[in-house]
Structures are given as C-alpha cells and as structure tokens.
Design a protein around this ligand. Sequence first.
Ligand SMILES: Cc1cc2nc3c(=O)[nH]c(=O)nc-3n(C[C@H](O)[C@H](O)[C@H](O)COP(=O)(O)O)c2cc1C
Length: 338
Amino acid sequence: MKRTESIDYFRSLLKTNDVLLAPMAGVTDAAFRHVCAKNGAHVMFTEMVSAKGMVYGNKNTGKLLYLGPGENNTAVQIFGEDETFLSRAVGEYLNDSAFAFIDINMGCPVKKVTSNGEGSALLRDTEKLYRVAKSVVDASDKPVSAKIRLGIDGRINACENVQALEEAGVGMVTVHGRTAEMFYSGHADYSQISLAVKTAKKIPVIANGDVGDYSGYLKIMADTEAAGAMIGRAAMGNPFVFSEIATLKNGEAYIPPTNDEKLTTALEHFEFLLKYKGEHTACSEFRRHFCYYTKGMPGGAALRSQISSYERAEQFTDLIKSLTDRFKNEESVCPAEP
Ligand SMILES: Cc1cc2nc3c(=O)[nH]c(=O)nc-3n(C[C@H](O)[C@H](O)[C@H](O)COP(=O)(O)O)c2cc1C
C-alpha cells in the first residue's frame, strides 16, 4: 500500500475513533473484543501472534487470528525479527484476511520474546527495527502500524525509532511511555511520549500508558498532544471505559454500569468464549476475567476464591445468573449512590 494512502487511512480512522483497545496477550481475544466493541471500542488489536508460528501453521495461531462478526477495524498484531518470516506471514496469511491493518509488536519486554531478538529487543538497533518494519510494509496490501516502548537497556530512543518507522512506511506508531526494563512498574512518562509525537513528520502517534478513565484520557491527550490514546489494563473487567470516554467527550452525562449490568456483560463474555474455545479453555481463561469483573463488588473476594476450582461452564453461568438476580433485586430496592 502506498505510504500516503496508509497515513490517510489512519488519520481518517482516528478522526472518529481516537481511543484504541491495546493488544494484550491472553486477554484481547475475540470474546474480549466483542464486549469491548459492544461498549464503544471501535479500533482494537488482537493478542500478539508470532510470524513464525503463522508460517509453520502452529495450531494455536488459528484461534488467535479468529475475527468475530462485525469487527471492521481490528488490527492483527504480529511479532518476529526475521524479515523472511514476517513478509511470508503477511503475504501468505494476512493480506487475504479481514483484518483492517497490521500492527508490529516492538515493545514486548518478556524474556522469552526478547531473547529471540523480538518485541522490545528491536528497540536496541534502529537499523534492524527499520528493516523489520520495511519487510512488513513491503509485503503488506494493508496499512501497517507499529507499537514501541520508550527504549531499552537504560537508553531512551523513541524519537529515533519513530523516525525510522515513518521512513520505513509505517502509517501510525503507538508509544507506550515505559522502557522495556520497567515492564509495568512506575508511571508512563508522558513528556517522553510528547517528544516522540513531535518527532513524527506526517504519521499519527498514539499515546499509551496508565489511562483508566475519562480524566486519564484527557490528561494523556493534553500532555502528549497525541492523535489518540490506547487503553489496556483498565479495560479488563471494565470494557465500559470506552463508552464512558465517548459519552463524556460528547458532553453527555455518563451513568456507570450497575453490578447486575457488569455481570450481564461478564456472562456474554463467557458465553462467547465458550462457543469459540470450548468448555475447558473457556473456564480456565474466564477465571481471570471474572476476578476483574467482580472487583469492588460486595462479597467479591469470596466469589473469586469460589470460582478458582470451577471447571464446568454451568458453574460459571449459574453463579453469574444468580448474582445478577441478587444485585438486580438489591439495586431496585436500594439504588446505588451516585
Ligand atoms: C496482560 C498483558 C498482555 C499484554 N500483551 C501485549 C501484546 O501482546 N502486545 C503488545 O504490544 N502489548 C502488550 N501489552 C502491553 C499493553 O498493550 C499496553 O502497552 C500496556 O498495558 C500499557 O497500557 P495500559 O497502562 O493502558 O495498560 C500487554 C499488557 C498486559 C497487561
């Protein structure tokens, strides 16, 4: 795809959707994206998928590449460091897929990934990062974006890397305001993201890190002047964060979901998971989501310990349904405080 077309694509996408759901391994599968989309997320990313895994036909890769109905603006995030595998994955698997665009993972700090020279290890060597990005751009019929961190090995070089990515033909870059060593500790540094935003000549830069609600969105946008904000952890158990931001941005009053509404969403999430991953995997993966959905609910801690041994779908559905009814009754008798 031509460079100008790719930039135009991202600029026009961001005009109406400047809050993006982050890629999160083990979290942002089709079921999670389904509940986020229902609650106002329009631009979303898959979990990271290995380019090598794709080319070798790894059996887990198929599930990672599943796109739910109505997902029009979802990107597939790939990772790898070998240009041949990356371009083969794009040419042989992704060009014909329904993904809207392709995102390159250049920020994963996990040792299993960086020890192969993938993820945030690419931040070490800007020339290598350029070649990797170019191999994806050249092979792709779709727009290509990339996601980076501020730097690695105690060196901050996000500006240099954003420039290289732009030169390689990447049409949008997301900057997570932490270095690789920080993993998720400390705070995202918005002043460094802001420098990266200013470095980009034409491409939009998305700011990422620690946005949890509307005021967080306003802060990251004001501090960085980025073209959009990406939200990760705050959406776990709280896909409503997207409608919160959209509603308040429109100047309308936002009414947070009640506990029974949260649980109705949790059930929908679980049922989606069940359909596409089967009972065993759905139960094991949903335990984590259930903990997030019930955070702050009365009796939440006991519930979380109760479900730790759940292995059958009906245990989850029965529990969620009975809790939903209980909260519905309680909330109709005694409405939640504003
Ligand atoms: C469980 C988990 C999995 C993640 N997986 C990915 C991933 O696959 N690809 C990626 O680029 N970033 C990944 N990230 C990083 C997030 O996309 C995001 O950059 C980070 O969480 C900071 O944003 P936040 O403060 O809004 O959560 C992951 C983060 C978490 C917590």
